[in-house]
Ligand binder design. Structure first.
Ligand code: SF4
Length: 379
């Protein structure tokens, strides 16, 4: 019986929904708690997905609410938007994520030692949200490396090298152990000025150690964590140490389809026509319908497929004050027929180019466009 809380945030996107299904099926003894932080600005398909998921899981997804906001009868986004006096959120000023996703989550968890499961896939490069609260630890079950970057930094800190090698010596001896020692010994600087270089070396070391064995890697880290204050340190054992899975985009769609939960309808590609040519567009992720992370072609999709939502998004802009969702372009300008044509032609050109390279990864990046975006909203 686990001494920890195990929580999973459902964003309304495909990956977190698939993670909930995957974990329930693979680790039925765990008592997972699910939560959803509603901005009030999601597409209906998101709410539909959560309903479907609840039927499959047989348990309610906690809708995190704020009594102060509820008493105003406003959507959380509108409530905060007012207090920011019309200042729209942006990648540089992401007050929306901080106030509507992270803060309610940390309040919900409180001070209980908690593992938070994050659905970043094995074919993604982005890092997940890591809580600053010391009682919350993030785990990434879809990746071969289930650990967060902050744990890796400790593992590869030269000061901890000897300790890690002692743990490793329970599983490997002789030449193999010597090779593992070589991996740990490669110099690494944790000076802030060399952050990118440090991340590159950490990734190199990580790949090398995973090659020697995922389970041995996990078990060594688990032993190390027991000497720390990380939530997992209070556990006697942790079943995910034996998990060697690496799930990619196609696996996620399969989990959703096989379970009957289904894929959110906004992922379905819709045909469009421009200058006699036919292209396909869709929305690439969950989150607010006006999210500033979306690509221009997704704005056009919103305009043509959900015109009422597009109109709502327009209402938040204040061109005089230069408060627009897209830098230097208002939504009114974006839907000028010449501009729509231009965006579609550009999109078509990029899609055809990626099709011809036959690179699954590139195509995934184009369709998903998740890299660099907010992991609290789009998983
Ligand atoms: S989906 Fe986009 S707009 Fe909505 S909270 Fe997340 S980052 Fe902000």
């Amino acid at each position: 019986m686990s001494k920890l809380e195990h929580v999973l945030g459902i964003s309304g996107g495909k990956d977190s929904a698939a993670l909930a299904i995957y974990l329930k099926d693979k680790y039925p003894s765990f008592n997972f708690t699910y939560y959803f932080t509603d901005t009030g600005k999601e597409l209906d398909e998101t709410y539909q997905l959560i309903d479907n998921l609840e039927s499959y899981l047989g348990i309610e997804v906690n809708r995190l609410t704020d009594e102060k906001i509820e008493s105003t009868n406003e959507d959380p986004f509108d409530f905060h938007f007012k207090s920011f006096r019309g200042y729209l959120p942006s990648p540089q000023a992401r007050w929306c994520t901080a106030l509507m996703k992270l803060k309610p989550f940390e309040k919900f968890v409180g001070d209980k030692p908690t593992v938070s499961y994050v659905g970043i896939r094995g074919d993604e490069q982005r890092e997940g949200y890591i809580s600053r609260a010391s009682n919350i630890q993030s785990i990434f079950p879809f990746r071969k490396n289930i650990w967060s970057q902050d744990v890796l930094k400790q593992i590869f800190n030269p000061e901890n090298q000897e300790q890690l090698l002692t743990y490793y010596s329970q599983y490997f001896r002789g030449v193999k152990l010597d090779k593992i020692e070589t991996v740990f010994s490669k110099p690494i600087s944790f000076n802030r000025n060399y952050r990118l270089e440090a991340d590159r070396i950490i990734k190199e070391k990580l790949d090398a150690l995973l090659e020697f064995g995922v389970i041995e890697f996990n078990k060594s880290i688990f032993q190390y964590l027991k000497t720390t204050e990380y939530p997992l340190s209070i556990e006697d054992d942790y079943p995910l140490l034996e998990n060697e899975d690496n799930l990619v985009r196609a696996d996620i769609f399969k989990i959703l389809e096989d379970s009957g939960v289904g894929i959110p309808a906004y992922y379905n590609k819709v045909k469009y026509e421009v200058d006699g040519q036919v292209g396909e567009y869709a929305r690439s992720r969950s989150g607010c319908y006006f999210c500033f992370f979306q690509q221009k072609i997704e704005w056009i999709w919103l305009y043509e497929q959900h015109p009422e939502k597009f109109k709502e998004a327009m209402k938040y802009e204040n061109e005089k004050e230069l408060f627009t969702w897209i830098p230097n372009e208002s939504l009114k300008e974006l839907i000028h027929p010449d501009r729509v044509r231009e965006i579609k032609l550009n999109h078509l050109k990029r899609s055809n180019k990626h099709k011809s390279t036959d690179s699954k990864l590139l195509l995934d990046k184009l369709i998903d466009a998740e890299d660099g975006a907010c992991t609290a909203c789009f998983i």
